[in-house]
Design a protein. Structure first.
Length: 369
């Protein structure tokens, strides 16, 4: 008779299956002060309940519309995990959501996160959530809750994934929809802080194929390691833009994420209008030039994949251009006039030097925005 495998005679436990409730409880205790530090009118940011409350009246709203956004960090996380750089990805997570709210004129009010991993490391998770709390502080929203999911078998032990959910509000009639954009409106570009959180599948492919030395000084900046330049957190523009939106000084805003300038700028254009952008109007970031040169990437591909140094585009009336530039500069933004709105087929043309970065084919909406 064939020998049977030894039988487990010990009682089965959840921890024995790879999930530690104790570690999860320890994480909640560790991050509670981080969440509490993000408290704002309308939310006390306490953790531990089954849900988080927010009081719109206490936040000062009379007749608000709620605006919601959710997003992730994408494969930038792979670089961060492999390099042990967990502190900035939480800021990226908040930025990707909060910036999507402010482009609609909405104030981010509260944020929830989803952290899924193979095996919970409280040290790693606390660093990630500390970044989320810092992003919430920068955006002015409260971290009111979240979910930590330890899922052995779904993820490798050292791996994790992030998703964020942000809710904001704007008074009825004050939302930015793009309907107010007119011919001859000016386009103002707000500088990005680097690659932000898009194009990293291409970046990682280049890093592997070209043998980039990530833990050595960058060729374009000997004062920084290449990995740190690539993982620079996404800039959060909420505090700079919200006062101008509320003052009626902005016709529209476009957050330059996946799809780059070419696909995000037209999303706020009415039919019959196109944006024409002069790529020579702002300095091309050295990290972008490095990526482009490493892969021999065509200009149109750069403009469709990366922000190319512009993280947000503001549409303003010609008479408001100087005032808005001054206000944004005073708020700490690097801002430059980069183009204008013209009659034509809805789309975006980016010109640099003698090259036309983008032909005149019509823009088509993408699902992921």
């Amino acid at each position: 008779m064939k020998d049977l495998p030894p039988q487990n005679t010990s009682p089965y436990t959840y921890e024995g299956a790879g999930v530690s409730i104790a570690a999860g409880n320890a994480l909640v205790r560790a991050i509670a002060p981080l969440a509490k530090a993000t408290a704002r009118p309308g939310a006390d940011a306490a953790l531990g309940g089954f849900g988080g409350f927010f009081d719109l009246k206490a936040a000062g709203y009379r007749d608000p519309l709620l605006v919601a956004a959710n997003d992730g960090v994408g494969t930038k996380l792979r670089l961060a995990i492999d390099a042990g750089r967990h502190d900035g990805v939480g800021i990226d997570l908040v930025a990707m959501c909060a910036n999507d709210l402010v482009v609609q004129g909405a104030e981010p009010l509260f944020f929830l996160d989803y952290f899924a991993c193979g095996k919970l490391s409280t040290e790693v998770a606390e660093r990630v959530v500390a970044g989320i709390a810092e992003g919430c502080r920068i955006a002015g929203c409260a971290l009111i809750g979240g979910e930590t999911a330890e899922m052995p078998g779904m993820y490798a032990e050292e791996d994790y994934d992030l998703a964020g959910f942000c809710v904001g509000a704007v008074e009825r009639g004050e939302a930015l929809t793009g309907a107010a954009v007119r011919v001859d409106d000016r386009l103002l570009g707000l500088a990005s802080s680097g690659l932000h959180s898009n194009g990293f599948s291409l970046v990682r492919r280049l890093a592997a194929d070209k043998g980039w030395k990530l833990n050595r000084p960058a060729l374009f900046d000997p004062e920084r390691l290449l990995i740190d330049a690539l993982l620079e957190p996404t800039r959060i523009y909420v505090r700079s833009l919200l006062p101008l939106a509320r003052a009626g000084k902005l016709r529209a805003l476009a957050h330059i994420t996946g799809g780059g300038l070419l696909e995000n700028v037209p999303r706020v254009l009415p039919e019959g209008l196109r944006a024409v952008i002069d790529a020579d109007a702002w300095p091309y970031p050295r990290v972008m030039a490095f990526v482009q040169a490493s892969g021999g990437i065509e200009p149109a591909e750069m403009a469709r994949t990366f922000n190319c140094g512009i993280g947000m585009v503001a549409f303003v009336a010609p008479d408001d251009e100087a005032e808005v530039i001054a206000a944004l500069a005073a708020a700490g933004e690097t801002v430059v006039a980069i183009g204008r709105v013209e009659p034509g087929e809805r789309g975006c043309i980016v010109r640099g030097g003698v090259e036309v970065w983008h032909g005149r084919e019509p823009w088509e909406a993408s699902h992921d925005g």
